[in-house]
Ligand binder design. Structure first.
Ligand SMILES: C[S@@+](CC[C@H](N)C(=O)[O-])C[C@H]1O[C@@H](n2cnc3c(N)ncnc32)[C@H](O)[C@@H]1O
Length: 245
């Protein structure tokens, strides 16, 4: 099967989602990723599932020496080359499932919201550890396991008398593996693993876990955007910072 982000209608719908000023990527995920990434001056970095190349451009703007952005969608890579071009950035159409040490070596590997699409996460973490230089770091976000677990395609929310989301239903958390879900008008394939499985996979690959964040909204976030209230019921993202042992 081809890359889902190469589908024209899906690509356009995702682009519209990202244009919404209240989108979760810019408001929840990116601030945490960037804080965890921290100082990048002089570093060589790899971005897995780089999409539009926004993170690659940010890394260079913060002083990274060179950045390689990879994505299995040629449509995404074309967009990145056009909109986030820089002499210090290279983009490459590459399936993260197949990466190996021919990609080079890096001080920092980042990945935003791409790893729930990866079937063989053990292999990926192991290859990424091999790509990391001494004490190289991996900082990534993915859809949270309580978000990817559900096998049911019904609405997972229960609502109170005022129509507000009151309960998030979690099902089949312990059943790891493939999930086919409807999103942005398409059936997409992603993979569910328990939080413990993800963390143990990192440890087995040779990483030391430094920080784990399950973003939750502050009162201020909710005042600013009522939709954030649902994040009090379950985290949408799992964000982890790790270092090569
Ligand atoms: C939700 S988007 C996030 C894009 C970007 N990281 C960002 O935060 O703006 C997920 C990205 O992962 C890419 N992706 C999915 N599966 C992949 C794979 N097997 N190898 C490489 N990239 C993949 C998609 O093409 C898409 O660009």
């Amino acid at each position: 099967m081809g890359a889902i982000y190469d589908d024209g209608a899906f690509f356009d719908n995702y682009y519209k989602l990202r244009q919404d000023k209240d989108n979760y990527n810019d408001n929840i995920e990116q601030p945490i990723m960037r804080a965890l990434i921290g100082e990048v001056r002089g570093l060589s970095a790899l971005d897995i599932g780089c999409g539009y190349g926004n993170m690659c451009a940010w890394l260079v703007s913060e002083g990274a020496d060179e950045v390689l952005g990879i994505d299995n969608s040629s449509r995404m890579i074309d967009f990145a080359r056009e909109h986030n071009r820089d002499a210090k950035i290279r983009y490459k159409v590459t399936d993260a499932e197949t990466i190996d040490n021919t990609l080079g070596s890096f001080d920092l590997v980042v990945s935003s919201l791409a790893l729930h699409y990866i079937k063989d996460l053990d292999r990926l973490f192991s290859e990424v550890c091999g790509l990391c230089r001494d004490h190289g770091r991996l900082v990534f976000s993915m859809e949270h396991p309580v978000f990817t677990s559900c096998l049911s395609t019904d609405d997972l929310w229960e609502y109170d008398a005022d129509g507000k989301m009151s309960v998030y239903r979690l099902d089949h958390y312990a059943v790891e593996g493939v999930r086919h879900v409807e999103w942005l008008g398409k059936t997409i394939t992603k993979y569910h693993r328990k939080t413990a499985t993800i963390m143990n996979s990192l440890i087995r690959a040779g990483f030391e876990i430094k920080e784990v964040i399950e973003p939750s909204p502050t009162e201020h976030d909710i005042e600013h955007n009522e939709r954030m209230r649902q994040e009090l019921h379950r985290p949408a993202y799992l964000i982890i910072s790790a270092e090569k042992r």
